[in-house]
Design a protein around this ligand. Structure first.
Ligand code: G3P
Ligand code: CA
Length: 268
């Protein structure tokens, strides 16, 4: 069934917890996944990067400063880039205290740990390949971990997984390596360019501020990489009025730090 279809005949967008339920728990941690589950949100979004020793971890910025205590633990390692630390080093960092003392001891999860937690809650994953220009080959690495963890079977690829990126090259690479995987492009390409995007992506996922009903309808008129109509997931909407505005465009998904607020606003 298409994204957004409901049993009562009303159309409602999917609601996706951005970096987990990141208004309430530290972004991109297992705690933020738990919080989304607790709120009854079945989609989570995350950001995937690669360590110095080739492990995939879940973190947004290309450096560890904002969301961990890296400067205290490794004072001599400026500029504290993710790619310059091993997985074992990153595992020592506190990724929760910056958000609030009740989250002290939260960790930067590996992608593997993250997938286990999402699976445990029977949730779905909008996985973003972050800063792919810093990590040549990260598309293949990501698909390898997804495959090892059972996320590339028919059940997951049809219903539970979307891989997205701001990099069209990255999205195209994922599509070419594993055509079964549903993909999303983050951005707002010109309508004239949509046929080219439709050859490798199933979704166009723009920021909500400049979005119009006309653009959403134009995207949805195309058939995407899997022959079904293209979808639009927009980000990052935390305000009820903004949520109602974009839901009125016939949005397929709304990505939010406060997914419970959006769900309540759109009548979920
Ligand atoms: O999923 C959309 C959104 O996450 C893209 O922006 O910077 O939060 O990763 P960013
Ligand atoms: Ca993201």
């Amino acid at each position: 069934s298409p994204v957004g279809a409901t049993g009562d005949g009303r159309w409602r967008p999917e609601v996706i917890a951005h970096r987990g339920a990141s208004a309430y728990a530290p972004e991109n941690t297992l705690e933020a996944v738990d919080k989304a589950a607790e709120l009854g949100i079945d989609w989570v979004e995350n950001d995937v990067q690669r360590t110095k020793d080739g492990e995939l971890v879940v973190l947004h910025d290309d450096n560890l400063r904002r969301t961990t205590d890296v400067e205290e633990v490794f004072p001599d390692r400026a500029p504290w880039k993710v790619k310059d630390f091993t997985a074992a080093e990153i595992a020592r960092l506190d990724a929760g205290s910056w958000f609030g003392p009740e989250y002290a001891g939260a960790r930067v999860p590996t992608l593997e740990q993250y997938l286990h937690r999402v699976e445990r809650h029977h949730q779905k994953l909008l996985l973003e390949i972050k800063h792919p220009q810093l990590y040549p080959g990260i598309e293949r690495d990501t698909l390898k971990v997804l495959g090892n963890e059972g996320w590339l079977d028919r059940w997951h690829t049809r219903r539970r997984l979307i891989v997205q990126s701001f990099s069209a090259d990255s999205v195209r690479t994922v599509h070419e390596l594993k055509p079964a995987v549903k993909t999303g492009f983050l951005g707002t390409p010109a309508v004239a360019d949509l046929p080219a995007y439709a050859s490798f992506t199933d979704q166009i996922n723009p920021p909500h501020g400049s979005l119009s009903a006309g653009y959403v309808t134009a995207v949805q008129a195309f058939r995407g990489a899997h022959g079904r109509r293209m979808e639009v997931f927009t980000w990052t909407v935390d305000d009820p009025a903004a949520a109602r505005r974009v839901a009125g465009f016939g949005m397929d998904g709304i990505i939010s730090n406060a997914p419970d607020v959006v769900r309540d606003a759109v009548g979920g």
